[in-house]
Design a protein around this ligand. Sequence first.
Ligand SMILES: *Cc1c(COP(=O)(O)O)cnc(C)c1O
Length: 394
Amino acid sequence: MIYADNAATTAMSEAAINTMTTLIKETYGNPSSLYAFGQKAKEVLEQAREDIAGLIGADPKEIIFTSGGSEADNQAIISAAKLGALKGKKHIVSTAFEHHAVLHTLNKLAKEGFEITLLDVHENGIIKPEEVAAAIREDTALVTVMYANNEIGTIQDIKAIGAVCREKGVLFHTDAVQAIGHLHIDVNEQNIDMLSASAHKFHGPKGVGFLYAKKGIRLTNLIEGGAQEKGRRAGTENVPGIAAMATALKEAVGAIDKNAEHLIPIRNKVIAGLNEIPHSALNGDETSRLPSNINFCFEGIEGESLLLLLDDKGIAASSGSACTSGSLDPSHVLLAIGRVHDVAHGSLRLSLGEDTTDEDADYIVNAVKEVVEYLRGFSPVWRDLVAGKTKFIL
Ligand SMILES: *Cc1c(COP(=O)(O)O)cnc(C)c1O
C-alpha cells in the first residue's frame, strides 16, 4: 500500500512509540503530585516543554500543551479577541482558506460582534504581505494566517507578514500545523506572536499539540479546573503523549533538509506526470509549496470516485480535506483559489511521506492516469465537454 495522505495524519515514528509506551508503563504518576513518583512525571513534562521550545526558538514558559491543533487555534484566536475587545478592538484579519479550526472560531466571534476580513489568497494560494498591511486598521486585534495550507500545500511568507504586524502593533498568529517539523521555524526570527502545532502531523501521537504564545500575551483559559499549564489549561497533562510529541518533533526537525531533498524531486516527478493528463491543473503555487504536497483538479470527474478506485489500487489519498469529504460542498480552499464548483469536485490531494520512493511516484502517476481515463469514459459531464456542449475550463 502507498500511504499518500500524510496531511491528514502520519504514522507515529518508532522513537515516539518507544517514548510513549515506556512512559505509560513506568511514569504514570500525576505531575501535580508532590511525592517523587509524581515529580518524575513533572520532570518529563518540563523536559518536553524545554525541548519543544528549543526547536522553534521559544522560551519554555511560552509553550502551552493542548489536545491538538484545533484547540491551539481556538485558544490563540479567542485569547487575542478577548485582549482586543478590552481595548475596543474588534476586527480580525485572516484568509479565506484557513483550516476550519480557525474559520469556525472566527465565525463564532463574528456572531459576537467581531468584524472579520478574509484576505484573497489569489490563484496561486499565496497572500501578499502588502495586502495584510492594507487590511490592518486602528481596531485590528489580530492577524491569523496559516503557515502552510493543508490542502494545496502553499507556504506563506510568514516572516514578512509577521514584520507587517509588528510594525503596526497587531498580534500575529499562525496555524503552523502543516509546517512544523517539515519547514524550519524560528518564532523570533519570523516575528510570530502565537503558533499552533499538532503532534500527529509530524509522526507524533494524535490528541496532543501545543500553542506557542509570546511572553506577555495573556491567554484565555478554554478549560476550567486545576492550575495546570500555569492556569492556562486545566486538566491532568497527557505526559506520555507530550513527551512522544517532543521526541517526534526533535526527529522531524533534525531531518527537515534531508526529507526535503528526498521529497522535492519525487513530488515534482508526480506533478510532471499528472500534468500530462489533458484538462488537468495543479492547485497552488508550483514552488512555494510543501515538499510532500501534490493537489490536482481533473475536469469531468468526481474526486470521490477517483479516491475509491485509487484505494482499489492500493493508494490512500484524499480529495479536499477530511472534514469536507462526505459532504457535497467542494473544498473551500479550492474555491478560494478560484476553482469553479465543477472543477473543484474533481480534485485529488496526494501528501507524500518521507518513505515514499521514486518507484511509488511512477506507480501513482500511472494509477491516476488510468483511473482518470476510466472515469471520464462514462462521465456524462466529460461527454458533454468533448462534444462541445459545454466548455472546458482547464
Ligand atoms: C490537522 C490540522 C489542524 C487540526 O489539528 P488537530 O490536532 O487534528 O486538531 C489544524 N490546522 C491545520 C492546518 C491542520 O492541518
